[in-house]
Design a binder for this molecule. Structure first.
Ligand SMILES: Nc1nc2c(ncn2[C@@H]2O[C@H](COP(=O)(O)OP(=O)(O)O)[C@@H](O)[C@H]2O)c(=O)[nH]1
Ligand SMILES: [Mg+2]
Length: 434
């Protein structure tokens, strides 16, 4: 087995209520593995039902619909994209499910620009309670309406984020004032702090951010934070990555995985987070898979629920972009043959995971499980120590645990190599690996 087993550490557990945790512990102490496994199943099934709803609001024409597409990794012309560049006339909220994961829905809300706009009635009309958080977009300085809406959202106990859109336009407008070498063109004009002699994109961005934040502070927002984005390469450019990271940090722990699953892998950091969240569920999946009737793997047998394993490995593949569809999309984006990306992948892809593949992996995992069981039991979360005394779980639990854990690690490594391959020779590198 891989040396990873020798470095076992106590993994964080997913969010499990105290009641559920106690039920599992009690079942294990009574040596009722079936009851413990059933409970683990139930917790996982509830986790599957978790939905995330993101509201996007702002003035008409500010780029709301474009953002709804960008945040879901879609271009405006693609299937499932919100219509952009159209005049808003209705007060309707339009739901746009994430194309890779229907648990995440981004809502395109009506514009907030009308003179008789009132934040409280607006929030009632758009069904405030439905959303996990709000994004307030502006393509210029934020208005009084945006600031009052933010205050009302906060007063009602939810989070909002100010997003300044179309910064690519600002950068290119400013660039027009400089010559090909990036030297300020305008004769007789003095360079200023915000318009230096030599073109500096970072200075342009900093000045937009400061201007927006100052205006919001004037409108009564305390310590405003503004994220600068552009719909193209949203998750890689400007403050797109930081915005996604902030959403993730702010989400309650039980929602983090739902947000992360369909997120495009644009940096090592996203990859690391995905792996970390999935890893939390390995204990629970291993327990859920225990107690099924014996599966004969050739070399030996273990009482393991194969269906859970097939589903889990497929989930890992999809989360790490190791599916035919994701790879085709990425290949197109970076203009490379998909064959080149596939060449660095060692684990099977999503559609290649079958019962037979899982049985082969189980056989491989069995040796390590036997060898490292006592070590595994030592690092088990305290609440679960009783499982170590159960003969029925003695093989199944560690075998499943090591299978899931190793596959997850291997798939994450594959995803990192794919990302590296995809970026070879592109200029996006600096943004992606920042
Ligand atoms: N250059 C640029 N144009 C954008 C960006 N976001 C939106 N737009 C354009 O701005 C116009 C209005 O965008 P839309 O998303 O329809 O705004 P909405 O009315 O708020 O939904 C459209 O023509 C978009 O193509 C961006 O980040 N950069
Ligand atoms: Mg729109």
């Amino acid at each position: 087995m891989a040396s990873a087993e020798a470095h076992l550490e106590v993994e964080a557990l997913p969010h499990i209520s105290e009641g559920d945790m106690n039920e599992i512990r009690a079942a294990l102490e009574k040596e009722d593995l079936t009851a413990a496994a059933t409970k683990a199943h139930e917790i996982l099934a509830n986790e599957e039902k978790i939905q995330l709803h993101i509201a996007v609001t702002g003035e008409s024409g500010s780029g709301k619909s474009s953002f709804v597409n960008a945040v879901r990794g879609l271009q405006d012309h693609e299937e499932g994209a919100a219509e952009t560049g159209v005049t808003e006339t209705t007060m309707e909220c339009s739901p746009y499910p994430h194309p890779q994961d229907s648990h995440v829905t981004v809502w395109d809300l009506p514009g907030i620009g009308t003179p008789n706009f009132r934040p409280d009635t607006y929030l009632k009309e758009v069904q405030f309670d439905r959303y996990d958080f709000f994004i307030i977009i502006s393509s210029s300085r934020f208005t009084y309406n945006a600031a009052t809406l933010a205050k009302e959202i906060q007063a009602q106990g939810k989070r909002f984020y100010f997003v300044r859109s179309k910064v690519d336009q600002d950068v290119s407008n400013e660039r027009r004032l400089y010559d090909e070498e990036g030297v300020l063109k305008a004769k007789g004009k003095q360079a200023t702090e915000t318009r230096p002699q030599q073109f500096d994109e970072m200075a342009v961005l900093a000045s937009i951010r400061q201007d927006c934040e100052r205006k919001l502070a004037d409108l009564g927002i305390r310590s405003p934070q503004v994220f600068l984005v552009c719909r193209d390469d949203f998750s890689m450019m400007y403050n797109g990555p930081r915005l996604l990271q902030t959403f993730l940090d702010d989400l309650p722990s039980e929602k983090k995985l739902s947000f992360l699953r369909p997120l495009a892998i644009t940096s090592k950091e996203v990859l690391r987070k995905k792996k970390e969240e999935l890893m939390k569920y390995v204990w629970l999946k291993s327990l859920a898979s225990c107690g099924a009737s014996a599966v004969h793997t050739g070399a030996a047998s273990a009482d393991v629920d194969i269906a859970i394993l097939v589903t889990s490995l497929k989930e890992y593949c999809r989360t790490f972009g190791l599916s035919e569809e994701s790879l085709q999309k990425l290949a197109k984006q970076v203009n490379k043959p998909v064959k080149e990306l596939k060449a660095v992948i060692k684990t099977p892809l999503d559609h290649e995971i079958t019962k037979d593949v899982v049985i082969k992996l189980l056989t491989k995992s069995l040796g390590g499980a036997v060898q490292y069981t006592s070590l595994l039991m030592k690092v088990l979360p305290e609440e679960w120590q009783a499982i170590g005394c159960l003969v029925s779980a003695a093989i199944a639990f560690p075998t499943t645990f090591f299978l899931l854990r190793n596959f997850l690690s291997d798939a994450a490594d594959d995803a990192e190599r794919v990302l590296q391959k995809a970026l070879e020779g592109t200029t996006q590198k600096s943004h992606l690996w920042s």
